[in-house]
Design a protein around this ligand. Sequence first.
Ligand code: NDP
Length: 449
Amino acid sequence: MNSYIERVISDAQQKNSNQPEFLQALKEVLSSLEPIIDKDDKYEKNSILERMTEPERIIMFRVPWVDDNGKIQVNRGYRIQFSSLIGPYKGGLRFHPSVNLSVMKFLGFEQIFKNALTGLPIGGAKGGSDFNPKGKSDAEVMRFCQSFMTELYRHIGQDVDVPAGDIGVGGREIGYLFGQYKRIRNAYEGGVLTGKAICYGGSLARTEATGYGLLFYMREMLKQHNSSMEGKTVTISGSGNVAIYAAQKAFSMGAKVVAMSDSNGCIYDENGIDLDCIKEIKEVKRGRIKEYLDCHPNAKYFEKTGENSPIWEIKTDIALPCATQNELQLEDAKKLVANGVIAVGEGANMPTTLEATEYFLANKVLFAPAKAANAGGVATSAIEMTQNSIRYYYTFDEVEKKLDRIMTNIFHECKVAADEAGVSGNYVVGANIAAFKKLADAMIAQGLV
Ligand code: NDP
């Protein structure tokens, strides 16, 4: 490996030895930059890698709140303002017990590259809390969100830092967070959060954007290799925001989604998943995917017993991991390849481990990496910010067309960068290099700040 890259990785390992997810993301990106770093010593001269892998600012704070029994609870809040190179910090908030500094930093780091790929003026950030919204009442979630924003408000703003949703943060949470921000600031600052409901400043098609965007990217990638979604069998992990709308678009492109999952297990319906039933369970009842069998008794349910999800054992043409990080591991990849998978598209952030990604690439499976393939959500968030700034709203169709154009461009940028690096068809390397070039150029242009 290039000695500069090796040194930066080794220094990062020493400084962040207790942050495995962050180191995993950093190694994945840096090791793929060799073709460009080798060619030009300006990156080393300007210490670009050292600067790009160190967040501009890390904010950690206490979030005290009172539960329905009157008991005081304390959680930890985070905001990683990773890079403001090309726009205000931008990235989601995750509320999940697994949230820690390493997870926040990995997500923030990935976000810088993803946002650069969109071609829109947005920097990179991530935030959240180890608070678990599951099983909490609406009143508890509201009190938590209000306490969280009472600290976060001083660090954000529509030209400073614009959070959005992620795992555990949907429309309900964004509403409570926005309400509290507005109350504290005594101003309607529409662009301070994205993922808002349509009735108070949200964008049409934002809810659908990440899942739809993933399918636009898949369509372009398959087209490039003389294939399409038409008639393909698809399995999708997760049954949250990304998974549901990826499934919807896959169906509309003529594919058949046969399996979806949650953290307890997966359902398999050979006739094609009934998405209305999934939406009812997940978006209305906030229930478990197993309940699918109540309306479709002929479908099958496989409980997750160990670390690996049973969904990857199901034979499929296309696999779309849309749940969480490291959910698709080497042994899952081996099963998918043995069962004839032709393409994998990452809807979630870093759902595939490094070893599994390498296995897919070595076995000529088309692989759409998260930072490119799931950029549709943040791109549409930027379109939401635009609408808030110009105080005018686009129709659903207008937003979807813009999203389609952005995802198509992203795919082609990844393709060109991969071709130029001499690794045609490797969109992991293509995405990293295409984003890196933009960020490095901006960093050099702005001087040492
Ligand atoms: P949601 O909270 O809506 O859904 C998450 C889904 O993943 C749920 O089905 C959940 O199941 C499942 N899940 C969560 N943790 C685990 C786990 N440890 N093991 C197995 N399944 C799990 O989140 P989103 O759909 O918004 O996000 C999914 C992924 O997509 C995340 O990686 C997120 O960062 C990424 N992403 C999201 C964007 C967006 O616009 N929403 C944009 C870009 C990326 P359960 O209900 O059992 O917890």
